[in-house]
Design a protein around this ligand. Structure first.
Ligand code: URA
Length: 241
């Protein structure tokens, strides 16, 4: 049994979508309550109400699951793609719950992506106010100087405002490219690629290797595994700490 709650919260509790995405679904007229399409954001639902999404009844109760996927390049991090590209959902064979990605990685970016059916968790982890740090390995063109690396750390202008302080280490200098480890605390669109481009070192390849203290480890591209309770707790602590 659940208490009376707003429709978008109910949908996220049921694992249909994050709260923000649930609002879009309501606006799009995909949700019915007791047979009536609802587009009002203030609607509440009570025990006994029949809620439907795209004509299918939805109810809380599915156990929450949390998955770590090593996303390969060449996949979009949406549940479906209007252009018909492969999505990360194509890699979740064996997952019985209706999970969806928490946050995004670019089509060409590899690495650590979390999927869940827990809308509240997804909401907490994508809200700009409570961003957990994200660590990337970037192979960039050229030979970044010390000054350039410092610029990346201090902040570069993107969309008219500086990026917040980042941790940047040169891991390896090769002939015409360098490997950097970059940790950022924001989630702006294509942030790492644009930061590197802005200082004259376009990214050749990008991989996310950690979210807070959660590490990708030895998971191969395209593989997934469940997160342990300990790992989950770590993310919550990193976010709040
Ligand atoms: N920064 C990027 O540029 N791309 C990603 O996918 C993630 C962070």
């Amino acid at each position: 049994m659940f208490e009376k709650m707003r429709l978008q919260k109910y949908l996220s509790r049921c694992g249909i979508a994050s709260r923000r995405h649930a609002e879009d679904m309501i606006r799009e007229g995909r949700i019915k309550v007791n047979g009536v399409t609802v587009t009002e954001m203030g609607t509440t639902v009570s025990p006994g109400d029949l809620v439907e999404c795209d004509g299918e009844p939805v109810a809380p109760g599915e156990k929450p699951v949390y998955i770590m996927l090593n996303k390969p390049a060449g996949y979009v991090t949406t549940v479906s793609d209007p252009e018909g590209r492969k999505t990360v959902m194509d890699l979740t064979d064996g997952v019985n719950e209706r999970v969806y990605p928490v946050g995004r990685l670019d089509y060409d970016t590899e690495g650590l992506l979390i999927l869940t059916n827990d809308g509240d968790f997804a909401y907490r982890n994508t809200h700009p106010k409570h961003q957990v740090s994200k660590t990337y390995i970037a192979e960039v063109e050229g030979e970044p100087s010390r000054e350039t690396l410092q610029k990346l750390r201090d902040g570069v202008m993107l969309d008219g405002r500086p990026t917040s302080p980042a941790k940047v280490e040169l891991i390896r200098q090769k002939k015409r490219c360098a490997v950097l480890r970059i940790t950022i605390h924001e989630g702006r669109n294509r942030q790492v690629r644009r930061m590197c481009e802005a200082v004259g070192h376009p990214v050749r390849s990008l991989k996310r290797v950690a979210i807070g203290g959660l590490r990708l480890g030895s998971l191969k591209p395209g593989e997934w595994r469940y997160l342990s309770a300990k790992e989950l707790k770590k993310i919550e602590v990193d976010r709040n700490g």
